[in-house]
Design a protein around this ligand. Structure first.
Ligand SMILES: Nc1ncnc2c1ncn2[C@@H]1O[C@H](COP(=O)(O)OP(=O)(O)OP(=O)(O)O)[C@@H](O)[C@H]1O
Length: 257
């Protein structure tokens, strides 16, 4: 078994009776370890619902979600909390860092809140994974937006999760900063990163599995696979995507509606 995450016949319906909305229909998908997948689709197609169900933040109506081979759908609330803390990481458009804490303290916070005392070396290693070991003592106000999002990634990685879920992770960043962040994500997933003059390099390779929702074809093109959703169903996939090919598929989906 080398899937970090597997979805089997995943269906999610909100509400009931006449007002029922089926947000996901029988989705079957595998996310191999070390893969970087983008999920795209028109507004309301089920992207966020898929991410939330796969991450154990929401419960599917039927079907299975396997993380590291374990079905998480039958877990109780305590077990789900542990799963979210130990086996999955989540990053959002907003960085959600505590302004009064240093980068190092922000990264350590989830483990501390869980009553654990993370080793300093573990926290610094997570910061090193995102190229920020030199900023461990900086507070968010002393960091750029891109650096703050990297701290949020390090915080998500500190428990060495099986998978990192990202919902519009570059949404609050300018173009250049967003690209740097996507290069970081691609490096974490073990993919090739184009050489950048003066950019970071030579760091240890670690393999993370990344599942990212985005509206932007340029952002999706950083992934090694793009999945397309429409009306809750999986309607296509592109491997080794280019921004142009992704944009063309999205136009086709909009026309088909
Ligand atoms: N809590 C909820 N209660 C009822 N319906 C919901 C709920 N959350 C989502 N939906 C519905 O489920 C469908 C899928 O929503 P979802 O947010 O997953 O789509 P999305 O592709 O992420 O959209 P967007 O790109 O606009 O963020 C939509 O029809 C939405 O209205």
């Amino acid at each position: 078994m080398d899937d970090a995450v597997r979805l089997e016949s995943l269906t999610k319906t909100y509400g009931s009776g006449d007002s029922a909305v089926t947000a996901l229909r029988e989705i079957a998908l595998s996310f191999p370890r070390g893969s970087f997948t983008a999920i795209m689709g028109p507004s309301g197609s089920g992207k966020s619902t898929l991410l939330q169900c796969a991450a154990g933040l929401d419960r599917p109506s039927s079907g299975r979600v396997l993380i590291d081979g374990e079905d998480i759908v039958g877990l109780n609330e305590t077990e789900l909390t542990e799963l979210r803390r130990d086996r999955t990481g989540f990053i959002f458009q907003s960085f959600n860092l505590l302004p009064s804490l240093t980068a190092e303290q922000n990264v350590a916070l989830p483990m501390r809140l869980a009553g654990r005392k993370p080793k300093r070396a573990t926290v610094l290693a997570a910061l090193a994974q995102v190229g920020l070991e030199a900023k461990a003592g900086s507070r968010p106000s002393q960091l750029s937006g891109g650096q703050q999002q990297r701290v949020a990634i390090a915080r998500a990685l500190v428990s060495r999760p099986a998978v990192l879920f990202a919902d519009e992770p570059t949404g609050a960043l300018d173009l250049t900063t967003g690209r740097e962040l996507l290069d970081t994500l691609r490096r974490l997933a073990g993919g090739p990163v184009p050489a950048q003059p003066g950019g970071p390099g030579g760091e240890t390779r670690v393999t993370t599995t990344i599942v990212m929702v985005t509206h932007d074809p340029t952002v999706a093109a950083y992934a090694d696979r793009v999945l397309f959703l429409a009306d809750g169903s999986l309607v296509g996939e592109l491997r080794a995507p280019t921004a142009e090919a992704v944009a063309a598929r999205m136009t086709d989906l909009a026309v088909a509606r």
